[in-house]
Design a protein around this ligand. Structure first.
Ligand code: AMP
Ligand code: MG
Length: 482
């Protein structure tokens, strides 16, 4: 009905992994945003979803046909410390089978308490849910694997944080919500059958090519490491800071999930931290590759009993995978960097060239996105070299490097255009859109989403939205937004 085709493969996992729970009714459901292109991609009837019945569904007051709501159980290392968690405010309705044959989770976030809510209220505020929608759509348009928001519905009820805030439910679409923490949960229960069932399920759902591998669980670990390396390299290349890279927020499918205090960096600085809860900078921009590796080490520990019956041999094999992680991520990063600099060929000195540019950016507090945006225009870098002697030196080395490849300047600029965005969700613009939305004015949000939908369109991009904030954003803070 209305295009819904829900299945429930996750529910076939052992009972350890889930708890049945219904969304809690809310006072006055109202649709704030419906992601129409995503709805169409999922094969859903857009007009039906845009109705009051759709709003009731997106707020959790009604269920789509075939839904079997449940909360998922998982554990996680939060800021380095192991904790038993689970969906405290998210409820999985099922897996939609798209017209293209994909299987994706449909989850309500902020739909009320679950058996895993601990002291939480199970609810979410409109601001952070719209923020998740904005940043997820931006990531998607950038071509970075991500969960996406199908809708944000207001509940008509307040949520109580530091002050009362309008409540909302976000409908989240993801390849799945399997996390490193899901494996940690099985391992912590010392339930070998459950762990094996989870690993087999993961292979079947996300890594079907591994089904016949000689050592399928080691191969799974390596394949997950590869997807994480590709993902985090993409984050680094666009200046995205996740903010809470706890193991429970690290997707096994290799998508960006759990948008909390995330933000894009303006001024280039590896120490950049925006999250108010990350006082020590554990999840700073420059730490993200090392943290991804740390998280994978936790996954490796959880998988050990499956990797080899001999513990020492298992440790050795898993350690070898981890040891290759830095090179993996470095290779993805370098490939992306070459493209951003308009380099079609490979030379040993390319990494040095890229690092020297970053050093200059750091020293001069240059805007990360707009520095790379310069390479997307034919005369941009030369103009900058004309007014900045230090950049001028680097520019000469870059010109000499370009002269050693066959492509001309037009091709160089075109490659740079495809590889560096003209617009990212700048923090001050996101805040502006959220503040207006809270007052009932959705125009800035709509304008921002339109620009973010075409980030590589250097000609048509909305210039006001590409501007960094006046005076930098050194004091910007994001809050977990629970
Ligand atoms: P996060 O940092 O958003 O990944 O959340 C960490 C854990 O806290 C997850 O288990 C969430 O489900 C849970 N959680 C966050 N906010 C709430 C809330 N308002 N009510 C219940 N549980 C929550
Ligand atoms: Mg989480």
């Amino acid at each position: 009905m209305n295009g819904w085709r829900l299945e429930h493969s996750y529910a076939t996992l052992p009972a350890l992994f889930h708890a049945r729970v219904m969304p809690t009714h809310v006072a006055r459901p109202e649709l704030v945003v419906l992601n129409r292109p995503l709805a169409r991609h999922l094969g859903l009837d857009v007009e039906a979803l845009a109705s009051p019945e759709g709003a009731a569904m997106f707020a959790g007051n009604a269920l789509p046909p075939g839904a079997q709501p449940l909360a998922q159980a998982y554990a996680g290392h939060q800021f380095g410390h192991f904790t038993a968690l689970g969906d405290g405010r998210a409820i999985l309705l099922g897996e939609q089978i798209t017209p293209g044959g994909e299987r994706v989770d449909v989850q309500l976030k902020g739909a009320g308490p679950t058996p895993y809510s601990r002291r939480g209220d199970g609810r979410a505020a409109t601001g952070p849910m719209l923020r998740e929608l904005i940043v997820g759509e931006a990531m998607h348009a950038l071509g970075i694997p991500t969960s996406r928001a199908l809708a944000v519905a207001a509940t008509g009820e307040p949520v109580y944080r530091e002050r009362p805030l309008p409540g909302a439910v976000l409908t989240r679409i993801a390849a799945s919500h399997l996390r490193v923490g899901t494996f940690e949960w099985a391992a912590a229960h010392r339930d070998a059958d459950a762990l094996r069932a989870l690993a087999d399920y993961t292979v079947q759902r996300h890594y079907p090519d591994l089904a016949g591998a000689a050592q399928p669980y080691l191969a799974l670990f390596e394949a997950i490491a590869e997807r994480q390396a590709a993902l985090v390299a993409r984050w680094q290349l666009v200046g995205f800071i996740h903010g809470v890279m706890n193991t429970d927020n690290m997707s096994i499918a290799g998508e960006t999930i759990d948008y909390g205090p995330c933000a894009f960096m303006d001024v280039y600085d590896p120490d950049t931290v925006f999250s108010s809860i990350d006082a020590d900078g554990r999840y700073a921009y420059g730490n993200q590759p090392a943290i991804a590796q740390w998280n994978l080490a936790r996954l490796g520990e959880a998988l050990l009993p499956l990797i080899d019956t001999d513990r020492a041999r298992g440790v050795e094999a898993a350690t070898a995978v981890l040891a290759r992680f830095a090179d993996r991520i470095g290779a993805h990063w370098m490939a992306g960097m070459r493209a951003k600099l308009g380099l079609f060929t490979e030379e040993a000195g390319d990494e040095r060239l890229a690092r020297d540019l970053l050093t200059w950016m750091h020293d001069t507090r240059a805007d990360y996105t707009n520095t790379f945006r310069m390479f997307a225009s034919l005369g941009g870098p030369a103009a900058r070299a004309g007014i900045d002697p230090v950049f001028g030196l680097w520019h000469r080395a870059w010109q000499a490097r370009l002269a050693r490849q066959p492509q001309d300047g037009v091709e160089v600029a075109a490659l740079a255009q495809r590889s560096s965005p003209a617009v990212i969700p700048r923090n001050h613009r996101v805040e502006e859109a959220l503040a207006a939305a809270e007052q009932g004015d959705l125009a800035p949000l709509t304008r921002l989403l339109a620009a973010l939908a075409a980030p590589y369109d250097h000609k048509r991009s909305d210039d006001a939205l590409a501007e960094p904030p006046v005076g930098g954003d050194g004091t910007y803070r994001t809050f977990c937004g629970t």
